[in-house]
Design a protein around this ligand. Structure first.
Ligand SMILES: O=C(O)[C@H](O)COP(=O)(O)O
Length: 221
């Protein structure tokens, strides 16, 4: 799941690692996604260190049919955070892992800039390359390739082993950390991933076999 619209998505600003909140629309998207996934039973969840992804996850879990069985959902994030970082839950309880490896691509000097203003300053083509090319990093920031170098090893070592055991895993992350991940999962070429846009509020459901190989994918909306 990509997080719902953030306040800076709404203002059309490059965000990267800046820890902005969900907008009201983003919260509503997260609620709607939670409803779409309501009947899915999750064994584990993974999210980034950024609030917009954590809040999206929190909202999805709150809507879930098995919510009460997963854990006690606390009203404030600090308690929730404390709970899920300290839990040694058994199988009936949802384990939630946070990692900076799933953070959005670091957008370097562009962070905070309006995307339209950046196009005027640097030109459409340059800004498009910074946003969507595989290996051209934005000034001072990470390319998709650099993002993949932290996301994929995390996926391979921390997430995939559970998938091979048949666990149901929810990942709440970001446009570009997820593009890096699905490029790997779906074996997309740099050209294919360049054209791939992952809108907010459209969960992707992947099914794997016991070797962790992708069987099929559904995009829900
Ligand atoms: O960090 C950001 O600005 C967004 O999350 C993703 O931005 P992009 O679509 O410009 O890569």
């Amino acid at each position: 799941m990509r997080h719902g619209q953030s306040v800076w998505n709404k203002q059309n600003r490059f965000t990267g690692w800046v820890d902005v909140s969900l907008s009201q629309e983003g919260m509503a998207e997260a609620t709607m996604t939670g409803k779409l996934l309501r009947e899915m039973r999750f064994d584990l969840a993974f999210t980034s260190l950024l609030l917009r992804a954590q809040d999206t996850l929190y909202e999805i879990l709150k809507q879930n049919l098995y919510c009460d069985q997963y854990m006690r959902i606390h009203e404030t994030r600090s308690e929730w955070y404390e709970h899920f970082t300290s839990t040694q839950a058994d199988l009936m309880e949802l384990k939630i892992y946070l990692s900076e490896k799933l953070n959005e691509r670091y957008y370097g000097d562009l962070q905070g800039k309006n995307k339209e203003a950046a196009r005027k300053e640097f030109g459409d083509e340059r800004v498009h390359l910074w946003r969507r090319s595989y290996d051209i990093p934005p000034p001072g920031g990470e390319s998709l390739e650099m993002t993949a170098l932290r996301v994929i090893p995390y996926y391979d070592t921390q997430i995939k082993p559970y998938l091979k055991k048949g666990a149901s895993v929810l990942v709440s992350a970001h446009g570009n950390s997820l593009r890096a991940l699905i490029m790997h999962l779906e074996r997309l070429t740099p050209d294919q991933i360049q054209a791939y846009e992952w809108p907010t509020g459209s969960p992707h459901v992947y099914h794997f076999d016991s070797h962790g190989r992708l069987q099929h994918k559904n995009v829900l909306s």
